[in-house]
Ligand binder design. Structure first.
Ligand code: ATP
Ligand code: MN
Length: 300
């Protein structure tokens, strides 16, 4: 299908559209291409979802070097990680050159600061958006602590919920407030704000938390990377606080067979979840969640 098959398909199903956003001209293409074959979810629906969720999502993307996972041939085909700004990046999309890995190699990253940049990126079939726990303005300091809870089958997200409450109680004892989102995959992500903390310190803190949780509940919590696949246990992955690591951004779609969203949830929702499906958010349900609660991660 060519991007400009508008004429041949008739005006009621245009496959491309040129829109003005933030005073910039953004061309949205292949709108009726199905990118989630199992549910028939199209690129147009992906763009529509991102446009609607942008008001709550953008604050979590802004000024953080973005990694896209692009699926130009749909989520059943292999996607690819894109860290380098594409050569055809418009000049109004902000980019920044930063050395992230220990090799010292500079990467020119894209920063998704506004709606036009988000729509431009989503139009590249960037289904997933991932960001680090620090800002481009201050790469040396982490402003987020993240605990990635990974259930080892037959454990499910419901077991992650037990771990989340244990983590919440532990951190509350140190005056730290935790907030939760679904990963959009199998587990949960927990966040706490940090200030003036280096990557090394953030990683140490997360490791200490994971170790204490494991000590408290050795029957169902694991902190050791080598044992991450332990059946029936939840691995508390603290290593995502490493400088070069990213976590899927709040409100990002996931490239699962059906479209799911990494969605912030309340503690009450976690507590009342009875089946893993209770914590699965489609794009429509994620938008309802935002309608009901606003951004549960606001201010992070
Ligand atoms: P799930 O709940 O199913 O575990 P997840 O998003 O937490 O979903 P993980 O495999 O636990 O998935 O990975 C955690 C994070 O690490 C991801 O959100 C992603 O940002 C990052 N990540 C994972 N694999 C890669 C990779 N190959 N390259 C870069 N980043 C990755
Ligand atoms: Mn995970």
């Amino acid at each position: 299908m060519s991007p400009d098959s508008r004429g041949s398909r008739g005006p009621r199903s245009p496959t491309s559209q040129t829109v003005e956003i933030d005073g910039r001209t953004v061309k949205l293409t292949n709108l009726d291409k199905v990118l989630y074959p199992a549910s028939g979810f199209t690129k147009g629906e992906i763009l529509d979802y991102y446009a609607r969720v942008a008001p709550v999502m953008l604050p979590h993307l802004a000024d953080r070097p973005a990694t896209f996972i692009r699926y130009p041939d749909g989520v059943d085909a292999s996607g690819f990680f894109a860290k380098h700004a594409p050569s055809h990046t418009p000049d109004w999309v902000r980019t920044v050159s930063i050395a992230v890995s220990s090799s010292g190699k500079q990467i020119e990253y894209v920063l998704i600061d506004d709606l036009s940049s988000l729509m431009w990126a989503a139009n590249l079939a960037a289904v997933e958006f991932h960001v680090p726990q620090w800002h481009a303005a201050d790469p040396a300091h982490h402003d987020l602590l993240v605990l990635d809870l990974d259930p080892g089958a037959p454990a499910t997200v419901l077991d992650c919920v037990r771990v989340a409450f244990a983590a919440r109680d532990l951190l509350a004892g140190h005056g730290m407030e935790l907030r939760a989102k679904t990963s959009g995959g199998k587990g949960l992500h927990l966040y706490a704000p940090l200030t003036g903390v280096t990557a090394e310190q953030a990683r140490e803190l997360a490791h200490t938390i994971a170790l204490s949780l494991e000590t408290q509940h050795p029957d169902f919590i694991v902190s050791n990377m080598a044992k991450r696949e332990r059946p029936g246990k939840v691995f508390v992955d603290w290593s995502q606080n490493t400088h070069a690591k990213t976590t899927v951004a709040p409100y990002s779609l996931r490239a699962r067979p059906h479209p799911t969203v990494s969605t912030p949830v309340t503690w009450e929702q976690l507590e009342s979840a009875r089946r893993p499906e209770d914590l699965v958010f489609s794009p429509a349900r994620a938008l309802e969640q935002v309608g009901d609660y606003g951004d549960l991660l606001s201010g992070l």
